[in-house]
Design a protein around this ligand. Sequence first.
Ligand SMILES: Nc1ncnc2c1ncn2[C@@H]1O[C@H](COP(=O)(O)OP(=O)(O)OP(=O)(O)O)[C@@H](O)[C@H]1O
Ligand SMILES: [Mg+2]
Length: 341
Amino acid sequence: MEFSEGINLIYGQNGVGKTSILEAIHTLSISKSFRAGYKKNIQKINSDTMSVVGIVSGKVEKIIAYRKILNQKKIKINEQVVEKISDLVGVFPSIVLSPEDIDIVSGGNSARLMYVNKILSISNKDYLYALARYNKIIKLRNKCLVDNKHYREVVVWDEQLPLLAQKIWQHRRDFFEHFNALFKEMWTKVIPSEKVAIKYKSLKIEDQKNLLFELESRFEKDKVRGLTGVGPHKDRINFFFGDVDIKDQASQGEKKIFLVVLKVAEAKYLHMETNKKPVLLLDDLFAKLDRSRGKKILQLIDNKYQTFITTTDNSVESYFNNFENVNFIKLKKNNELCSVA
Ligand SMILES: Nc1ncnc2c1ncn2[C@@H]1O[C@H](COP(=O)(O)OP(=O)(O)OP(=O)(O)O)[C@@H](O)[C@H]1O
Ligand SMILES: [Mg+2]
């Protein structure tokens, strides 16, 4: 298939293979699918092999090839074998919006924390290492708590936490300062009448400085639960419409528009931080959005990023009347390409 540098609208009925195309592109980006349970989904059932090859044009053209024979995975960039997945990450960055992502807006705090951790880990190696080390120590500490160890055995882990936690907190504060400004700027273009906010709450700075003391004073409580009750993993992120928490009250369409703007802001953030333009993979973008919001989102994207949108609704074609660089791809059953305009 050939795609436009601007917007690619993939249209077709349920089950024709629209999401599979996005999965293939995503596989070239980070060597796996974005769907839950991707391990069983990515390869055709009853097949031993799979292969995805993409030519990515930019300043320098790259051919990325992903092949799997039996359970052996091989990735090549311009015929050079990629030894570590981390060497693939960032070569062809992508941002996905999939129906399951609604959890970031509707679900519990952990989904939002995971979302922010992912963005920061991609854009900031210092954060990635600090978070990995921090999570490992918390796991070991929790095991000590479950094993009913004495404080003098747990403190060995506690002493390593403050430095890592400080780093994580500092990077998160910097992130939210930058990201909130980007998000608000974009939101204002879509729904200027509605006030929104992203609120980030962590331990008070003075208490952060005394994390070791906080850990010690909570020790008995933590032991009962077998979990560490203080630290960056307990930070809270909430999204608001006015004074109302979105996850509690917003309608499905309101949640969806918030999520979409979040993803476009993520694209801009990563672009600015890494100096690489990601492609947007927006699965079922228009579901739950009314016509006016659907169009506003397209204006927000407006050819800034190469974008792949899937939809089952052929009436959305009219949203693109004033757009250049749009490639309409219609799929028929059995993945047969019906027409590419
Ligand atoms: N691993 C697999 N092996 C074989 N077939 C699969 C596999 N995974 C998914 N399929 C099938 O491939 C077809 C295309 O799935 P896909 O999710 O891409 O459809 P879609 O066009 O996005 O549909 P929808 O509009 O419902 O989202 C479906 O019939 C699905 O059951
Ligand atoms: Mg789909």
